[in-house]
Design a protein around this ligand. Structure first.
Ligand SMILES: [Zn+2]
Length: 61
């Protein structure tokens, strides 16, 4: 996900099993932000999608 305040990337380490992921798909996470010091809420599915994209970028960069 991305910090809405600083616009920096936050790695929240969404490494959960697919089985858990589907169950938590619509659950909101509160993520403590290392950049601005606040907590940001994000849906698990959004966090997962973002993380997948970030990982893909890292591997292809
Ligand atoms: Zn932030």
């Amino acid at each position: 996900m991305r910090c809405p305040v600083t616009n920096k990337s936050i790695n929240i380490g969404v490494g959960m099993k697919y089985e858990n992921l589907t169950r938590l798909w619509n659950v909101e996470l509160s993520v403590p932000c290392p950049h601005c010091g606040h907590s940001h809420t994000v849906l698990v599915r959004d966090a997962y999608m973002d993380q997948t994209v970030e990982d893909f970028r890292d591997k292809t960069a």
